[in-house]
Design a protein around this ligand. Structure first.
Ligand code: G16
Length: 538
Protein backbone atom coordinates (compact mmCIF):
# COMPACT_ATOMS: atom_id res chain seq x y z
CA UNK A 1 0.00 0.00 0.00
CA UNK A 2 2.97 2.34 0.45
CA UNK A 3 4.12 4.02 -2.73
CA UNK A 4 7.57 5.54 -3.08
CA UNK A 5 7.43 8.39 -5.58
CA UNK A 6 10.50 9.98 -7.20
CA UNK A 7 10.72 13.76 -6.97
CA UNK A 8 13.07 16.69 -7.62
CA UNK A 9 13.94 19.46 -5.13
CA UNK A 10 12.40 22.93 -5.23
CA UNK A 11 14.89 25.63 -4.26
CA UNK A 12 12.47 27.97 -2.45
CA UNK A 13 11.17 25.96 0.51
CA UNK A 14 12.80 27.95 3.30
CA UNK A 15 10.44 28.76 6.18
CA UNK A 16 9.91 32.41 7.09
CA UNK A 17 8.81 34.02 10.36
CA UNK A 18 6.06 31.41 10.82
CA UNK A 19 6.26 28.33 8.61
CA UNK A 20 6.30 28.07 4.83
CA UNK A 21 4.10 30.64 3.04
CA UNK A 22 3.65 30.73 -0.72
CA UNK A 23 1.18 31.68 -3.39
CA UNK A 24 -1.46 28.92 -3.62
CA UNK A 25 -0.41 28.23 -7.19
CA UNK A 26 3.21 27.72 -6.11
CA UNK A 27 2.04 25.31 -3.41
CA UNK A 28 -0.11 23.45 -5.98
CA UNK A 29 2.86 22.62 -8.24
CA UNK A 30 3.50 18.93 -8.68
CA UNK A 31 4.95 17.38 -5.50
CA UNK A 32 5.60 20.80 -3.92
CA UNK A 33 3.59 20.14 -0.75
CA UNK A 34 4.74 16.50 -0.65
CA UNK A 35 8.43 17.49 -0.89
CA UNK A 36 8.10 19.91 2.00
CA UNK A 37 6.20 17.51 4.24
CA UNK A 38 8.55 14.61 3.49
CA UNK A 39 11.48 16.93 4.34
CA UNK A 40 9.90 17.59 7.73
CA UNK A 41 9.42 13.85 8.25
CA UNK A 42 12.99 13.10 7.14
CA UNK A 43 14.23 15.64 9.69
CA UNK A 44 12.16 14.66 12.72
CA UNK A 45 11.59 10.90 12.17
CA UNK A 46 7.81 10.68 12.71
CA UNK A 47 7.76 6.94 13.32
CA UNK A 48 5.48 6.04 16.25
CA UNK A 49 4.57 9.70 16.85
CA UNK A 50 1.23 11.51 17.28
CA UNK A 51 0.37 14.87 15.70
CA UNK A 52 -2.48 17.38 15.88
CA UNK A 53 -3.70 18.40 12.43
CA UNK A 54 -5.99 21.16 11.15
CA UNK A 55 -6.21 24.32 9.15
CA UNK A 56 -8.05 27.57 8.66
CA UNK A 57 -10.27 26.21 5.88
CA UNK A 58 -8.61 28.19 3.12
CA UNK A 59 -8.46 27.06 -0.53
CA UNK A 60 -6.35 23.87 -1.00
CA UNK A 61 -6.74 22.89 2.68
CA UNK A 62 -8.92 19.91 1.73
CA UNK A 63 -6.47 18.53 -0.84
CA UNK A 64 -3.35 19.19 1.26
CA UNK A 65 -4.95 17.57 4.33
CA UNK A 66 -5.61 14.32 2.46
CA UNK A 67 -2.01 14.30 1.22
CA UNK A 68 -0.80 14.91 4.78
CA UNK A 69 -2.92 12.02 6.11
CA UNK A 70 -1.71 9.58 3.46
CA UNK A 71 1.93 10.60 3.78
CA UNK A 72 1.71 10.28 7.58
CA UNK A 73 0.38 6.73 7.24
CA UNK A 74 3.20 5.88 4.84
CA UNK A 75 5.82 7.37 7.16
CA UNK A 76 4.75 5.20 10.07
CA UNK A 77 3.04 7.92 12.14
CA UNK A 78 1.16 6.33 15.05
CA UNK A 79 -1.81 8.69 15.23
CA UNK A 80 -3.28 11.90 13.82
CA UNK A 81 -5.81 13.94 15.81
CA UNK A 82 -7.70 16.08 13.29
CA UNK A 83 -10.23 18.89 13.72
CA UNK A 84 -13.65 18.07 12.23
CA UNK A 85 -13.86 19.16 8.58
CA UNK A 86 -10.15 19.93 8.86
CA UNK A 87 -10.70 23.03 10.98
CA UNK A 88 -8.42 24.01 13.87
CA UNK A 89 -7.29 27.48 14.81
CA UNK A 90 -3.59 27.90 15.56
CA UNK A 91 -4.24 28.51 19.31
CA UNK A 92 -6.64 25.54 19.52
CA UNK A 93 -3.99 23.37 17.90
CA UNK A 94 -1.31 24.53 20.34
CA UNK A 95 -3.65 23.78 23.23
CA UNK A 96 -4.29 20.25 21.96
CA UNK A 97 -0.57 19.56 21.46
CA UNK A 98 0.00 20.36 25.13
CA UNK A 99 -3.20 18.82 26.49
CA UNK A 100 -2.91 15.53 24.59
CA UNK A 101 0.90 15.42 25.05
CA UNK A 102 1.48 14.87 21.34
CA UNK A 103 4.74 15.16 19.43
CA UNK A 104 3.70 18.29 17.57
CA UNK A 105 1.22 19.42 14.97
CA UNK A 106 0.47 20.97 11.61
CA UNK A 107 -1.76 23.96 10.87
CA UNK A 108 -2.41 24.50 7.17
CA UNK A 109 -2.69 28.27 6.99
CA UNK A 110 -1.02 31.36 5.60
CA UNK A 111 -2.42 33.18 8.62
CA UNK A 112 -3.43 36.77 7.85
CA UNK A 113 -2.51 36.53 4.16
CA UNK A 114 -5.42 36.41 1.67
CA UNK A 115 -6.66 32.99 0.50
CA UNK A 116 -8.13 31.48 -2.65
CA UNK A 117 -6.53 30.15 -5.81
CA UNK A 118 -4.82 33.51 -6.40
CA UNK A 119 -4.09 34.04 -2.70
CA UNK A 120 -1.63 32.36 -0.37
CA UNK A 121 -1.27 28.97 1.29
CA UNK A 122 1.01 27.91 4.12
CA UNK A 123 2.08 25.25 6.57
CA UNK A 124 2.95 25.91 10.22
CA UNK A 125 4.82 23.07 11.91
CA UNK A 126 4.85 22.89 15.72
CA UNK A 127 6.89 20.63 17.99
CA UNK A 128 5.88 18.99 21.27
CA UNK A 129 6.37 22.38 22.99
CA UNK A 130 3.13 23.53 21.32
CA UNK A 131 5.13 26.27 19.58
CA UNK A 132 6.49 26.45 16.07
CA UNK A 133 9.78 24.72 15.40
CA UNK A 134 12.97 26.61 16.11
CA UNK A 135 15.13 28.19 13.39
CA UNK A 136 17.68 25.41 13.92
CA UNK A 137 15.04 22.76 13.05
CA UNK A 138 13.65 24.78 10.14
CA UNK A 139 17.21 25.11 8.75
CA UNK A 140 17.57 21.32 8.83
CA UNK A 141 14.21 20.93 7.09
CA UNK A 142 15.28 23.41 4.43
CA UNK A 143 18.55 21.51 3.88
CA UNK A 144 16.48 18.39 3.37
CA UNK A 145 14.28 20.05 0.75
CA UNK A 146 17.44 20.74 -1.26
CA UNK A 147 18.39 17.10 -1.63
CA UNK A 148 15.06 15.28 -1.52
CA UNK A 149 14.65 12.60 -4.20
CA UNK A 150 11.56 10.66 -3.10
CA UNK A 151 8.52 10.78 -0.83
CA UNK A 152 6.26 8.12 0.65
CA UNK A 153 2.48 8.08 0.34
CA UNK A 154 -0.18 5.55 1.30
CA UNK A 155 -2.36 4.33 -1.54
CA UNK A 156 -5.85 4.68 -0.11
CA UNK A 157 -9.14 6.53 -0.68
CA UNK A 158 -9.62 9.92 1.03
CA UNK A 159 -10.79 10.00 4.66
CA UNK A 160 -14.17 11.70 5.31
CA UNK A 161 -13.31 14.45 7.81
CA UNK A 162 -16.91 15.48 8.47
CA UNK A 163 -17.72 12.85 11.12
CA UNK A 164 -16.28 12.87 14.64
CA UNK A 165 -14.91 9.40 15.48
CA UNK A 166 -12.04 6.95 15.25
CA UNK A 167 -10.71 5.68 11.94
CA UNK A 168 -7.67 3.83 10.58
CA UNK A 169 -5.40 4.08 7.57
CA UNK A 170 -3.15 1.03 7.56
CA UNK A 171 -1.87 0.83 11.12
CA UNK A 172 -2.20 4.60 11.69
CA UNK A 173 -5.07 5.74 13.94
CA UNK A 174 -7.09 8.81 13.00
CA UNK A 175 -9.22 10.59 15.59
CA UNK A 176 -11.56 13.28 14.29
CA UNK A 177 -12.50 15.67 17.08
CA UNK A 178 -14.69 18.69 17.77
CA UNK A 179 -12.18 21.52 17.15
CA UNK A 180 -13.82 23.88 19.65
CA UNK A 181 -14.64 22.02 22.85
CA UNK A 182 -11.15 21.75 24.41
CA UNK A 183 -10.40 25.38 23.58
CA UNK A 184 -13.60 26.57 25.26
CA UNK A 185 -12.73 24.55 28.37
CA UNK A 186 -9.33 26.25 28.53
CA UNK A 187 -10.82 29.74 28.21
CA UNK A 188 -13.29 28.93 31.02
CA UNK A 189 -10.37 27.99 33.26
CA UNK A 190 -8.66 31.35 32.66
CA UNK A 191 -11.42 33.98 32.65
CA UNK A 192 -14.41 34.89 34.79
CA UNK A 193 -17.17 33.78 32.41
CA UNK A 194 -19.93 34.53 34.96
CA UNK A 195 -18.83 38.14 35.34
CA UNK A 196 -18.68 38.65 31.57
CA UNK A 197 -22.07 36.95 31.19
CA UNK A 198 -23.61 39.37 33.73
CA UNK A 199 -22.22 42.28 31.73
CA UNK A 200 -23.96 41.06 28.57
CA UNK A 201 -27.18 40.50 30.55
CA UNK A 202 -27.04 44.16 31.55
CA UNK A 203 -27.01 45.18 27.87
CA UNK A 204 -23.32 45.34 26.94
CA UNK A 205 -22.89 45.14 23.17
CA UNK A 206 -20.05 43.87 20.98
CA UNK A 207 -19.17 42.95 17.41
CA UNK A 208 -16.54 40.36 16.59
CA UNK A 209 -15.36 40.13 12.98
CA UNK A 210 -14.24 36.58 12.18
CA UNK A 211 -13.42 37.71 8.62
CA UNK A 212 -14.93 34.51 7.09
CA UNK A 213 -12.04 32.59 8.64
CA UNK A 214 -11.54 29.87 11.23
CA UNK A 215 -12.56 31.71 14.43
CA UNK A 216 -16.21 32.16 13.36
CA UNK A 217 -17.46 28.92 14.96
CA UNK A 218 -15.30 29.47 18.09
CA UNK A 219 -16.60 33.03 18.47
CA UNK A 220 -20.27 32.11 18.00
CA UNK A 221 -19.94 29.33 20.60
CA UNK A 222 -18.09 31.50 23.16
CA UNK A 223 -19.50 35.02 22.75
CA UNK A 224 -23.06 34.31 21.63
CA UNK A 225 -23.97 30.82 22.94
CA UNK A 226 -22.06 30.79 26.25
CA UNK A 227 -21.58 34.44 27.26
CA UNK A 228 -24.90 35.66 25.90
CA UNK A 229 -23.84 38.36 23.44
CA UNK A 230 -26.75 39.14 21.10
CA UNK A 231 -27.21 36.81 18.11
CA UNK A 232 -25.40 38.33 15.15
CA UNK A 233 -22.66 39.84 17.31
CA UNK A 234 -20.19 37.71 15.33
CA UNK A 235 -19.78 39.03 11.79
CA UNK A 236 -18.51 36.95 8.85
CA UNK A 237 -18.85 33.86 11.04
CA UNK A 238 -18.71 31.09 8.42
CA UNK A 239 -15.23 30.05 7.25
CA UNK A 240 -14.90 30.26 3.46
CA UNK A 241 -12.06 28.96 1.25
CA UNK A 242 -11.37 32.46 -0.13
CA UNK A 243 -12.50 34.30 3.05
CA UNK A 244 -15.30 35.76 0.93
CA UNK A 245 -12.68 37.92 -0.79
CA UNK A 246 -11.58 39.48 2.52
CA UNK A 247 -7.94 39.92 3.47
CA UNK A 248 -8.17 38.24 6.90
CA UNK A 249 -5.74 40.59 8.62
CA UNK A 250 -7.37 42.25 11.65
CA UNK A 251 -6.22 45.86 11.31
CA UNK A 252 -7.87 49.20 10.57
CA UNK A 253 -7.34 48.79 6.83
CA UNK A 254 -8.58 45.25 6.23
CA UNK A 255 -11.26 44.86 8.91
CA UNK A 256 -13.14 47.69 7.18
CA UNK A 257 -16.68 46.45 7.94
CA UNK A 258 -16.01 46.29 11.67
CA UNK A 259 -14.21 49.63 11.66
CA UNK A 260 -17.22 51.26 9.98
CA UNK A 261 -19.54 49.86 12.66
CA UNK A 262 -17.25 50.90 15.52
CA UNK A 263 -16.77 54.45 14.22
CA UNK A 264 -20.53 55.08 13.67
CA UNK A 265 -22.50 57.20 16.17
CA UNK A 266 -24.45 54.13 17.34
CA UNK A 267 -21.35 51.96 17.74
CA UNK A 268 -21.53 48.99 20.12
CA UNK A 269 -19.48 49.09 23.35
CA UNK A 270 -16.71 46.82 22.11
CA UNK A 271 -15.29 45.59 18.82
CA UNK A 272 -12.69 42.97 17.93
CA UNK A 273 -11.43 40.98 14.96
CA UNK A 274 -9.25 37.90 14.46
CA UNK A 275 -7.18 36.75 11.49
CA UNK A 276 -7.30 33.69 9.21
CA UNK A 277 -6.06 31.13 11.74
CA UNK A 278 -7.22 32.89 14.91
CA UNK A 279 -3.94 33.91 16.49
CA UNK A 280 -4.09 37.67 15.79
CA UNK A 281 -6.52 40.18 17.29
CA UNK A 282 -7.55 43.80 16.98
CA UNK A 283 -9.31 45.64 19.84
CA UNK A 284 -11.65 48.60 19.34
CA UNK A 285 -13.85 50.72 21.58
CA UNK A 286 -16.49 53.20 20.43
CA UNK A 287 -14.60 55.29 17.86
CA UNK A 288 -11.40 54.15 19.51
CA UNK A 289 -8.50 51.91 18.43
CA UNK A 290 -6.04 50.23 20.79
CA UNK A 291 -2.63 49.55 19.23
CA UNK A 292 -1.41 45.99 19.80
CA UNK A 293 1.61 47.39 21.68
CA UNK A 294 -0.67 49.32 24.06
CA UNK A 295 -2.95 46.31 24.39
CA UNK A 296 -0.05 44.18 25.64
CA UNK A 297 0.88 46.88 28.16
CA UNK A 298 -2.71 47.28 29.38
CA UNK A 299 -3.31 43.53 29.76
CA UNK A 300 -0.07 43.20 31.70
CA UNK A 301 -0.97 46.10 33.97
CA UNK A 302 -4.35 44.48 34.74
CA UNK A 303 -3.34 40.85 35.20
CA UNK A 304 -4.68 40.82 38.76
CA UNK A 305 -8.27 41.15 37.43
CA UNK A 306 -8.12 37.76 35.71
CA UNK A 307 -8.74 34.62 37.79
CA UNK A 308 -5.91 32.59 36.23
CA UNK A 309 -3.29 35.32 36.79
CA UNK A 310 -4.48 37.02 39.96
CA UNK A 311 -1.81 35.38 42.11
CA UNK A 312 1.00 36.86 40.02
CA UNK A 313 2.75 36.50 36.68
CA UNK A 314 6.37 35.63 35.94
CA UNK A 315 7.28 38.33 33.47
CA UNK A 316 6.54 39.72 30.06
CA UNK A 317 8.20 39.77 26.64
CA UNK A 318 7.71 41.62 23.38
CA UNK A 319 9.28 41.46 19.97
CA UNK A 320 11.93 44.15 19.54
CA UNK A 321 9.87 46.01 16.92
CA UNK A 322 6.89 46.28 19.32
CA UNK A 323 6.63 49.60 21.19
CA UNK A 324 8.26 49.97 24.58
CA UNK A 325 4.92 50.63 26.36
CA UNK A 326 5.04 47.27 28.15
CA UNK A 327 8.59 47.89 29.39
CA UNK A 328 7.31 50.68 31.63
CA UNK A 329 4.63 48.38 33.07
CA UNK A 330 7.18 45.64 33.73
CA UNK A 331 9.45 48.13 35.52
CA UNK A 332 6.54 49.38 37.63
CA UNK A 333 5.39 45.87 38.54
CA UNK A 334 8.98 44.71 39.04
CA UNK A 335 8.55 41.69 36.79
CA UNK A 336 10.98 40.20 34.25
CA UNK A 337 11.09 41.85 30.85
CA UNK A 338 12.51 40.48 27.58
CA UNK A 339 12.85 41.66 23.98
CA UNK A 340 13.05 38.96 21.31
CA UNK A 341 13.24 38.82 17.49
CA UNK A 342 9.96 38.89 15.53
CA UNK A 343 8.37 35.42 15.57
CA UNK A 344 6.27 33.84 18.29
CA UNK A 345 8.67 30.88 18.40
CA UNK A 346 11.19 33.08 20.25
CA UNK A 347 8.82 33.35 23.24
CA UNK A 348 8.57 29.59 23.71
CA UNK A 349 11.83 29.06 25.66
CA UNK A 350 10.95 32.01 27.92
CA UNK A 351 7.54 30.52 28.67
CA UNK A 352 8.85 26.98 29.17
CA UNK A 353 11.49 28.22 31.60
CA UNK A 354 8.86 30.25 33.52
CA UNK A 355 10.60 33.55 32.78
CA UNK A 356 7.44 35.03 31.30
CA UNK A 357 3.67 34.60 31.43
CA UNK A 358 2.57 37.24 28.88
CA UNK A 359 3.98 38.18 25.50
CA UNK A 360 2.95 40.19 22.50
CA UNK A 361 3.87 41.76 19.22
CA UNK A 362 3.01 44.87 17.25
CA UNK A 363 1.62 42.62 14.49
CA UNK A 364 -1.67 42.24 16.37
CA UNK A 365 -0.55 39.31 18.51
CA UNK A 366 -0.96 38.86 22.26
CA UNK A 367 -0.89 35.73 24.35
CA UNK A 368 0.22 33.97 27.49
CA UNK A 369 1.80 30.73 28.59
CA UNK A 370 -1.61 28.97 28.58
CA UNK A 371 -0.42 27.82 25.12
CA UNK A 372 2.65 28.46 22.96
CA UNK A 373 1.06 30.57 20.21
CA UNK A 374 -0.55 33.97 20.23
CA UNK A 375 -4.26 33.74 20.83
CA UNK A 376 -6.86 36.05 19.28
CA UNK A 377 -9.93 35.00 21.28
CA UNK A 378 -7.92 34.92 24.53
CA UNK A 379 -7.03 38.60 24.00
CA UNK A 380 -10.67 39.50 23.35
CA UNK A 381 -11.82 37.65 26.48
CA UNK A 382 -9.07 39.35 28.51
CA UNK A 383 -10.40 42.77 27.44
CA UNK A 384 -14.02 41.73 28.14
CA UNK A 385 -12.97 40.51 31.58
CA UNK A 386 -11.19 43.82 32.37
CA UNK A 387 -14.22 45.82 31.18
CA UNK A 388 -16.60 43.63 33.24
CA UNK A 389 -14.41 43.92 36.36
CA UNK A 390 -13.85 47.69 36.15
CA UNK A 391 -17.07 48.88 34.50
CA UNK A 392 -14.89 51.16 32.33
CA UNK A 393 -14.93 51.58 28.56
CA UNK A 394 -12.04 50.64 26.27
CA UNK A 395 -11.25 54.34 25.84
CA UNK A 396 -11.30 55.07 29.58
CA UNK A 397 -9.05 52.10 30.34
CA UNK A 398 -6.56 53.20 27.69
CA UNK A 399 -6.57 56.90 28.63
CA UNK A 400 -6.00 56.05 32.28
CA UNK A 401 -3.14 53.79 31.25
CA UNK A 402 -1.48 56.61 29.29
CA UNK A 403 -1.94 59.00 32.21
CA UNK A 404 -0.16 56.55 34.46
CA UNK A 405 2.67 55.56 32.12
CA UNK A 406 2.87 58.11 29.28
CA UNK A 407 2.10 57.21 25.67
CA UNK A 408 4.22 55.59 23.00
CA UNK A 409 2.79 56.94 19.75
CA UNK A 410 3.43 54.10 17.37
CA UNK A 411 2.85 53.31 13.71
CA UNK A 412 4.21 50.71 11.31
CA UNK A 413 4.81 51.61 7.66
CA UNK A 414 5.00 48.75 5.13
CA UNK A 415 6.68 49.17 1.75
CA UNK A 416 5.36 46.17 -0.20
CA UNK A 417 6.36 44.41 -3.39
CA UNK A 418 10.02 45.51 -3.44
CA UNK A 419 12.42 43.27 -5.34
CA UNK A 420 14.32 41.00 -2.97
CA UNK A 421 17.68 42.24 -4.27
CA UNK A 422 16.76 45.91 -3.70
CA UNK A 423 15.48 45.17 -0.20
CA UNK A 424 18.53 43.10 0.79
CA UNK A 425 20.94 45.75 -0.50
CA UNK A 426 19.06 48.52 1.34
CA UNK A 427 19.36 46.60 4.62
CA UNK A 428 23.01 45.72 3.98
CA UNK A 429 24.00 49.34 3.29
CA UNK A 430 21.95 50.58 6.24
CA UNK A 431 23.71 48.12 8.53
CA UNK A 432 27.05 49.61 7.49
CA UNK A 433 25.77 53.17 7.90
CA UNK A 434 24.30 52.82 11.41
CA UNK A 435 27.50 53.15 13.49
CA UNK A 436 28.15 56.60 11.92
CA UNK A 437 24.84 57.83 13.41
CA UNK A 438 25.80 57.15 17.01
CA UNK A 439 25.81 60.35 19.07
CA UNK A 440 24.54 62.48 16.14
CA UNK A 441 21.73 64.98 16.47
CA UNK A 442 19.11 64.70 13.70
CA UNK A 443 16.72 67.65 13.87
CA UNK A 444 15.80 67.67 17.57
CA UNK A 445 16.45 63.93 18.03
CA UNK A 446 19.71 62.80 19.57
CA UNK A 447 20.82 59.29 18.58
CA UNK A 448 21.61 57.24 21.64
CA UNK A 449 22.35 53.98 19.89
CA UNK A 450 22.10 52.77 16.28
CA UNK A 451 22.66 49.04 15.89
CA UNK A 452 21.73 45.65 14.54
CA UNK A 453 19.44 43.93 17.05
CA UNK A 454 21.03 40.75 18.40
CA UNK A 455 19.07 38.38 20.63
CA UNK A 456 20.91 35.97 22.87
CA UNK A 457 18.44 33.35 24.05
CA UNK A 458 18.98 32.86 27.81
CA UNK A 459 17.78 29.25 27.64
CA UNK A 460 19.38 27.58 24.62
CA UNK A 461 22.11 30.27 24.23
CA UNK A 462 21.47 30.63 20.50
CA UNK A 463 22.10 34.03 18.97
CA UNK A 464 19.80 35.63 16.37
CA UNK A 465 20.00 38.95 14.54
CA UNK A 466 16.70 40.54 13.53
CA UNK A 467 16.25 44.08 12.26
CA UNK A 468 18.08 47.37 12.71
CA UNK A 469 17.21 49.99 15.28
CA UNK A 470 17.94 53.61 16.04
CA UNK A 471 17.26 54.53 19.66
CA UNK A 472 16.96 58.22 20.55
CA UNK A 473 17.73 59.87 23.86
CA UNK A 474 14.06 60.88 24.44
CA UNK A 475 12.84 57.27 24.20
CA UNK A 476 11.75 57.49 20.55
CA UNK A 477 12.79 54.73 18.14
CA UNK A 478 13.06 53.82 14.47
CA UNK A 479 13.19 50.12 13.59
CA UNK A 480 13.75 48.56 10.15
CA UNK A 481 13.03 44.93 9.24
CA UNK A 482 12.26 42.83 6.22
CA UNK A 483 9.06 40.86 6.67
CA UNK A 484 9.42 37.09 6.91
CA UNK A 485 5.82 36.35 5.92
CA UNK A 486 5.58 37.71 2.36
CA UNK A 487 4.67 35.03 -0.16
CA UNK A 488 6.59 36.79 -2.96
CA UNK A 489 9.02 39.73 -3.28
CA UNK A 490 10.02 41.65 -0.14
CA UNK A 491 8.23 43.94 2.29
CA UNK A 492 10.26 46.55 4.16
CA UNK A 493 8.71 47.37 7.53
CA UNK A 494 9.57 50.66 9.21
CA UNK A 495 8.34 50.96 12.80
CA UNK A 496 8.23 54.41 14.38
CA UNK A 497 7.71 55.13 18.04
CA UNK A 498 7.60 58.50 19.76
CA UNK A 499 7.22 58.69 23.51
CA UNK A 500 5.31 61.48 25.22
CA UNK A 501 4.39 61.77 28.88
CA UNK A 502 1.98 64.72 28.74
CA UNK A 503 0.52 65.17 25.27
CA UNK A 504 -1.69 62.09 25.32
CA UNK A 505 -4.43 62.54 22.74
CA UNK A 506 -2.71 63.79 19.61
CA UNK A 507 -2.98 62.25 16.14
CA UNK A 508 -0.36 59.46 15.96
CA UNK A 509 0.32 60.18 12.30
CA UNK A 510 1.29 63.76 13.13
CA UNK A 511 3.31 62.69 16.15
CA UNK A 512 5.49 60.27 14.19
CA UNK A 513 5.71 62.26 10.95
CA UNK A 514 9.09 63.87 11.54
CA UNK A 515 10.65 60.59 12.59
CA UNK A 516 9.19 58.88 9.52
CA UNK A 517 10.87 61.45 7.28
CA UNK A 518 14.15 60.90 9.11
CA UNK A 519 13.74 57.12 8.74
CA UNK A 520 13.07 57.40 5.00
CA UNK A 521 16.07 59.69 4.50
CA UNK A 522 18.51 57.57 6.46
CA UNK A 523 17.54 54.40 4.55
CA UNK A 524 17.15 56.23 1.19
CA UNK A 525 13.80 54.51 0.77
CA UNK A 526 12.47 56.69 -2.03
CA UNK A 527 15.71 56.67 -4.04
CA UNK A 528 16.06 52.90 -3.78
CA UNK A 529 12.45 51.72 -4.10
CA UNK A 530 10.80 54.57 -5.99
CA UNK A 531 8.15 54.73 -3.25
CA UNK A 532 7.29 58.14 -1.83
CA UNK A 533 5.15 56.64 0.89
CA UNK A 534 4.24 53.34 2.50
CA UNK A 535 1.69 51.02 0.90
CA UNK A 536 0.07 50.10 4.20
CA UNK A 537 0.17 51.92 7.53
CA UNK A 538 -1.01 50.09 10.67
C1 G16 B 1 3.74 35.64 12.19
C2 G16 B 1 4.55 35.39 13.42
C3 G16 B 1 4.61 36.63 14.26
C4 G16 B 1 5.10 37.81 13.44
C5 G16 B 1 4.26 37.98 12.21
C6 G16 B 1 4.78 39.03 11.25
O1 G16 B 1 2.40 35.85 12.53
O2 G16 B 1 4.01 34.34 14.19
O3 G16 B 1 5.47 36.37 15.32
O4 G16 B 1 5.06 38.99 14.20
O5 G16 B 1 4.23 36.76 11.49
O6 G16 B 1 6.04 38.68 10.81
P1 G16 B 1 6.80 39.53 9.71
O7 G16 B 1 6.93 40.92 10.26
O8 G16 B 1 8.11 38.82 9.56
O9 G16 B 1 5.96 39.53 8.46
P2 G16 B 1 1.23 35.10 11.74
O10 G16 B 1 -0.03 35.57 12.40
O11 G16 B 1 1.37 35.58 10.32
O12 G16 B 1 1.50 33.66 11.88
Amino acid sequence: MIQIISTKPYTDQKMGTAGLRKKSKVMMQEHYFENFLQSIFNTINPSGKTFIVGGDGRFYNDIALQKLIKMSAANNVKKLIIGQNGYLSTPASSNLILKRHTDGGFVLSASHNPGGENGDFGIKFATQTGGQCSSQVSDQIYANTQTISEFKIYNSPDIDLSQIGLYKMGSMEIEIIDPIVDYVELMKEIFDFNLIKEMFQKGFTMRFDAMNAVTGPYAVRIFEDILGAAKGSVLNAVPKPDFGGLHPDPNLVYAAELVKIMYADDAPDFGAANDGDGDRNMILGKKFFVTPSDSLAILTDNYNLIPAYKNGIYGVAKSMATSTAVARVAANKKIGYYEVPTGWKYFVNLMDSKRITFCGEESFGTGSSHIREKDGIWAVLFWLNIIAATGKSVEQITLEHWKKYGRSYYLRFDFDGISTDTANLLMKDLTLKLPSLNGQKINCFEVDKAETFVYNDPVDHSSTTNGLRILFADGSRIVYRLSGTSSSGATLRVYIERFNRDNLQADPRIMVDELLKIAMDIAEIQQRTGKKEADVTT
